[in-house]
Design a protein around this ligand. Sequence first.
Ligand SMILES: Cc1cc2nc3c(=O)[nH]c(=O)nc-3n(C[C@H](O)[C@H](O)[C@H](O)COP(=O)(O)OP(=O)(O)OC[C@H]3O[C@@H](n4cnc5c(N)ncnc54)[C@H](O)[C@@H]3O)c2cc1C
Length: 468
Amino acid sequence: MSYDLIVIGSGPGGYVCAVKASQLGMKVAVVEKRATYGGTCLNVGCIPSKALLHASEQYAHAAHGMESLGVKLSGVELDHDKLLAHKDSVVKSNVEGVAFLFKKNKIDGFQGTGKVVSAGKVQVTKEDGSTEDLEAKNIVIATGSDVAGIPGVDVAIDEETIVSSTGAIALKKVPEKMIVVGGGVIGLELGSVWSRLGAKVTVVEFLDKILGTMDGEVSKQTQKLLAKQGLDFKLSAKVTAVEKGKKGAKVTFEPVKGGDAETLDADIVLISTGRKPYTEGLGLEDAGVKLDDRGRVEIDGHFKTNVEGIYAIGDVVKGPMLAHKAEDEGVALAEILAGQAGHVNYDVIPSVVYTQPEVASVGKTEEELKKGGVAYNVGKFPFMANGRARAMETTDGFVKVLADKETDRVLGVHIVGFGAGEMIQEASVLMEFGGSSEDLGRTCHAHPTMSEAVKEAAMAAFFKPIHM
Ligand SMILES: Cc1cc2nc3c(=O)[nH]c(=O)nc-3n(C[C@H](O)[C@H](O)[C@H](O)COP(=O)(O)OP(=O)(O)OC[C@H]3O[C@@H](n4cnc5c(N)ncnc54)[C@H](O)[C@@H]3O)c2cc1C
C-alpha cells in the first residue's frame, strides 16, 4: 500500500498529526502496536489518571469536606471496583473517539509494530508474526516514551507491588502504605489519588524540592499544601535500593549530601522518576536516523530527522513530555508537509499538575529570569482575598505574574489554586499575543470568579491590586 504519510504511533502527537494531514488532503496511514489508539495519554496516562483524580477528590470531599458548608454526609464508602470501572469506561470512550476520527477522516489504521526499513518504507509486524510492507512519501515517528527506571538502581517493576504509573492506575485495593519514588507531576498526582482514598503516602525525592522545574515559590507552597493533606516528603534523598519482600517492598535511601541511609517499607512502591523516549524495535539505526545523547530522535526546527522524508514529534523528541506539546507538533508538522507555515511556540506551553489544589504554569520561572539576568516585576495575589474562593472554601494558593521591568510584557504566570489548570489558559493566550501585565489587569473579568485573582496579580505587577 502506498500513502502520502505514514505515522508510527497513535498518541496525541501521532493521531493529531494524522487527522490534520488528512484534513489537508493527504492519504494517511497510522501504525499502532497497542490494541487501541490514543497512546500513553489516553490508555494509561493523562486520561485515566484524571478519572481517578476526580473520583478520589469527590470521595475525599464527601468524606471530610462538606460539614462547614452545612452539608452533612454519613456512610460515605468507596466502591473500589466501580472506581476502576469508571476509569476504564472513560479510557474506552476516549480511545474509541480516536478510532471514530480515523474513520471519519479516512485514515487507514494498521495494528502492529512499525519498523522504518528506509526512507519511504515501513514494515508492520502483526501479533501473529506476519508482516505487511507499506510505502509513503513521508514517515512520522511518534512513538512516545516509556517509564525510566532509577539511574544506577536495579528495579524490578512487576506492576503489582513495585509499580510504574501504569500499575498505579490499576491497584486492586487501596494500599495501607505507599512510597512514591520521584516528586514530579506523575508521582504527586497518583500519590494524591491513593492518599485521598486512605493510603499513607511518602514521597522520596532526589532534589531539595518537589516539582523540580517549577517556580521555587510554587513548589514550596504546593509541598506545604500536600503535607497538610497527609503526604510525607523525604527530600534530598537518593534512593539506593528498591526490593520486593514477602509482603510489600522496601525502599532504601540516603541523604544526597551524605549521612545515614534509611529504609521504609510499604505495600506499594510507585516508581515515578520520569520517562524516556521510546525507539525500541523501530529500526532507526539501520535506517540511519540519528538519536541525540539522551536517546531522543534528533530533529531540526521543522521536525525533520537527518534522513530525507522521515520526521519525528512528541515525547520521542526534545522538549517537555506533554500531550498538548505533542499535539501542537503534530498539527505544525502536517501543515509543513502540506506546504504551509506550521509552527510551535515553545515559550508558551502551559503545564498543569492536577493535584488539589492544581498547579499551573506558563513561561519563565523567577529562577530562570534571575539566571538569564532579566529585570522583572512580580505581581502576586492570594486566593484568600478572592470572594469566590471564600464562598467555595478554595482559598489555598496564589497567582504570580512575572513581567518584564522595562516593557511590562508578561514573561511567566504561575498559579497554585483550585481550577488553576483552566485559569492558566488566559495567561497563555495573552503571552501568545505578547501582552503586558497592564493588558491583563485592564481586561474586565467576570465577578465573582477565581480568575479575578489573575487580573489582580497582573494589576499588582504593573501598579497595585485593588483588593489587597
Ligand atoms: C500517568 C501519566 C499521566 C500523564 N498526565 C499528563 C497530563 O495530564 N497532561 C499531559 O500533557 N501529559 C500527561 N502525560 C504525558 C503524556 O501522556 C505524553 O506526553 C503523551 O502521551 C506523548 O504523546 P506521544 O504522541 O508523543 O506518545 P504516546 O502517547 O506515548 O504514544 C506513542 C504510541 O506509539 C506506539 N508505538 C511505539 N512504538 C511503536 C512502533 N514501533 N510501532 C507502532 N506503534 C508504536 C505506542 O504503543 C504508543 O501508543 C502523562 C503521562 C503519564 C504516564
